[in-house]
Design a protein around this ligand. Structure first.
Ligand code: ATP
Ligand code: MG
Length: 399
């Protein structure tokens, strides 16, 4: 992928449409499609759901399963380059596409992010500390788990998201019970860590190995689901932020990664004595794509995470993004939808600096991500006051 795929070529000059393809039609695909279209690209989405959020706004929508050979052929035939919007795209499907077209991120990098055990091994290889853990894929490994990992969280190695496939366990007996309840699929047991806060960083890396990043996000999770992201000067102590960015970049370089990568971190409670910052930053997991915690960039930065995805995929120049406004993002979950109605948007949008993003989903369910609200303003105090007001109107707990 050395040549840039430039938009805007004219049909009168005999050019064909410059189309970017994406595997998956969820909200991340929808925002990628919006960013690509704004820059003059045509888009193609592969997703089996006829009403998928991205499929509905794309020039082309291939309604096929992710491993459907004819669907993959069609996506490759339409697209000049292909990306993915969710990490559980079967890696062989990406590898198949890569035989036909440039694909970023590569199947090998996505495959590592699909498996918590492989992912942690990669963090260790990069010298980035992660939570003490043990892989449990057999009865022997279960029996060998040291008590020092308890209490802990048992997580399925594959297919988990939004806290799904996770069980908190306090004892060896609960651990055995939980592993049985998870059908004895390969799992990772992580020690439960005392979290002071959580943060994440979005990096974008191109084929030449150049890396840029968005400012560090401070994240609040509720019930295992991201609820609030705050991004402004001082949201996280500067030395921690610098180390998180360095760690994320080394994780990206170690994968020879091309595309947008999000790395999530835990910041542990400070020890009673000693260097308060040393050893407090622990990597949680990575996502080989834009991430919910990066949605603030659409309204608060001059280059959003989705434009970064377009730029890395099309091999356009990468420039460091700049945040031009403090921002707080509130996730809008299905819980907020009243029976037969909609949340009180008119009250929320009457507050200055509120930006509503809805994904066009057909059905609201508890914990389902329906949209997000970005709040920007002239100062942190103003943004916090407005975000808290919006949260109160919507029935989201304060933070
Ligand atoms: P997603 O992919 O949607 O971010 P997930 O299902 O992969 O979520 P994790 O990121 O592993 O889940 O965990 C969800 C949340 O649970 C974390 O953000 C954190 O709040 C809490 N959590 C997870 N692991 C630990 C741990 N080892 N110690 C303390 N809290 C944890
Ligand atoms: Mg997570």
């Amino acid at each position: 992928m050395s040549e840039a795929l430039l938009p805007g070529a004219l049909p009168a000059a005999g050019a064909s449409e410059m189309t970017l393809g994406v595997m998956g039609g969820g909200q991340l695909g929808r925002m990628f499609v919006h960013a690509a279209q704004r820059m003059g690209y045509f888009t193609a989405v592969l997703d089996p759901d006829p009403l998928s959020p991205a499929g509905r706004v794309s020039h082309h929508h291939i309604q096929a399963g992710y491993t459907d050979a004819a669907g993959l052929q069609q996506l490759a035939a339409l697209s000049c380059a292909i990306t993915t919007e969710f990490e559980n795209v079967p890696a062989p499907a990406l590898a198949e596409l890569a035989r036909l077209r440039p694909v970023a991120p590569a199947a090998a990098a996505v495959a590592i992010a699909q498996d918590r055990a492989d992912e942690k091994a990669h963090f260790v290889r990069c010298g980035v500390p992660c939570a003490p853990h043990a892989v449990i894929a057999s009865a022997q490994q279960l029996a060998a788990v040291p008590d020092s990992l308890l209490p802990g969280i048992l997580k399925t190695a594959r297919m988990g998201y939004d806290g799904k496939g996770q069980v908190r366990v306090r004892s060896q007996a609960e651990l055995a019970q939980a592993w049985n309840a998870l059908q004895q699929v390969p799992c990772v047991l992580e020690k439960m860590l005392p979290l002071q806060m959580e943060c994440s960083v979005i990096v974008a890396r191109n084929a030449a190995g150049q890396c840029v990043h968005l400012p560090l996000q401070r994240n609040l999770h509720r019930d295992g689901i991201l609820a609030v992201t705050e991004v402004y000067e001082g949201n996280v102590p500067a030395p921690l932020a610098a180390r998180a960015v360095a760690a994320a970049e080394s994780i990206a370089h170690g994968l020879n990664y091309v595309g947008v990568l999000c790395v999530e971190f835990f910041v542990l409670e400070a020890p009673a004595s000693g260097d308060a910052d040393l050893g407090r930053l622990v990597v949680n997991e990575m996502a080989p794509r834009p991430h919910n915690s990066g949605h603030y960039s659409e309204d608060a930065c001059d280059v959003s995470q989705f434009e970064l995805q377009v730029r890395t995929l099309a091999n356009l120049p990468l420039v460091p993004p700049r945040q031009h406004s403090p921002c707080i993002m509130l996730n809008l979950l299905g819980d907020l939808w009243p029976e037969g109605g909609v949340p009180p948007w008119e009250q929320v949008l009457a507050l200055p600096g509120t930006h509503l993003h809805l994904y066009g989903k057909q059905r609201a369910a508890k914990g389902r991500k329906m949209g997000h609200l970005n709040v920007t303003g002239a100062s942190v105090a103003e943004v916090r006051a407005t975000a808290l007001q919006a949260a109160q109107i919507l029935g989201i707990a304060g933070f």
